[in-house]
Write a protein that binds this ligand. Structure first.
Ligand code: 13P
Ligand code: SF4
Length: 316
């Protein structure tokens, strides 16, 4: 812990020296969450990146998030402390695959989840996150065909919520959320029948939870499908004293910190995103000291991607 406090002091010093801000996602390791200036879900972090007056943004998250910050701030320095921090979901569709898909549906508008490369965003009309995907789709005229990508579970959640049948969904998934199985959720819920169940829409079990709610198996008032930011809000405001959490387990640190008297139980304690865990205090310090790794997006792509990202930031 002596090393840890020294690291934190040095990070603070370098942060001031460089007029830097640290943005961190809710899935980061506890030490990194604890030094963040802004800790949040994808939408909150994109908004923070759009609004900051800092010269340097240290992004403690994954590559597509740093890219989004770079698109919004071409004149600022955006640093990702580990270049290997990628995303299996963002990797599930390439720009070429999207070009082909669009060619098959020339009249459709494209709604891309923020978990995509800047190149894919540049080919999209709207970008969304899990907290505003339903609002974004609802803002598009009902008779307009939509290509939704890349997450199939978020896609089918949005389709059910909006009741749209003119929505094509790409068959991508996040390996961490897809790994949280419906029977694991059932098993944990059976042990904690009084708990509120909070499910991220990237989970395969989100669709089965919706089905189970409609069948009356899961109580509607205790089952909530939410982004990570909205899970944090819910756990603070709800009356329940126990919560079963179906998402990446890193978020439980923050829930527990904000609500020391409540109990948080992972639906699957192996739901760990290896990419989010790559960022450490040591790497944050090195990033600030050695100006690495600078994330930039080619101007043409950035200009195109910016349009869909700005729509995402302004809706919902
Ligand atoms: P949110 O924090 O926006 O809910 O996104 C979850 C996620 O998987 C980010 O990679
Ligand atoms: Fe990507 Fe899944 Fe990790 Fe989020 S949890 S960064 S969607 S691999």
């Amino acid at each position: 812990t002596e090393t840890k406090s020294r690291l934190i002091e040095e990070i603070q010093m370098w942060k001031e020296k460089r007029n830097a801000i640290i943005l961190a996602h809710n899935y980061e390791i506890p030490e990194v969450q604890d030094i963040a200036d802004v800790l949040g879900d994808s939408l909150m972090l994109a908004r923070a990146a759009a609004e900051t007056t800092a010269d340097v943004i240290v992004f403690c998250g994954v590559h597509f998030m740093a890219e989004t910050a770079a698109v919004l701030n071409p004149e600022k320095t955006v640093l990702l402390p580990d270049l290997k921090a990628g995303c299996s979901l963002a990797d599930s569709i390439t720009a070429d695959q999207l070009r082909e898909w669009k060619a098959e549906h020339p009249e459709a508008v494209v709604v891309a989840y923020v978990n995509t490369t800047a190149e894919v965003k540049a080919l999209s009309d709207y970008c969304c996150t899990s907290s505003n995907a339903v609002d974004i789709v609802n803002s598009i005229p009902a008779d307009q065909e939509i290509l939704f990508l890349p997450d199939m579970f978020l896609g089918s959640f949005v389709q059910k919520e909006t009741g749209r049948d003119n929505m094509q969904i790409w068959m991508g998934e996040c390996h961490v959320h897809a790994g949280i199985q419906p029977d694991q959720v059932d098993e944990v819920m059976a042990k904690h029948p009084e708990a509120d169940l909070l499910v991220h829409p990237e989970c395969g079990c989100s669709t089965s939870s919706m089905y189970l709610m409609s069948e009356g198996v899961l109580p509607k008032e205790k089952t909530h499908i939410l982004s990570t930011g909205n899970m944090l809000k819910h756990s603070k405001n709800a009356d329940a004293s126990e919560f079963v959490i179906a998402t990446e387990v890193g978020i439980i640190h923050q829930m527990q910190k904000q609500n020391p008297d409540k109990r948080f139980i992972a639906a699957n304690d192996q739901a760990i995103c290896p990419f989010m865990k790559m960022i450490t205090l040591e790497k944050v310090l090195d990033a600030l000291k050695e100006n690495k790794h600078v994330i930039t997006v080619e101007k043409d792509i950035a200009d195109q991607a910016k349009l869909s990202i700005e729509r995402m930031i302004s809706i919902g």
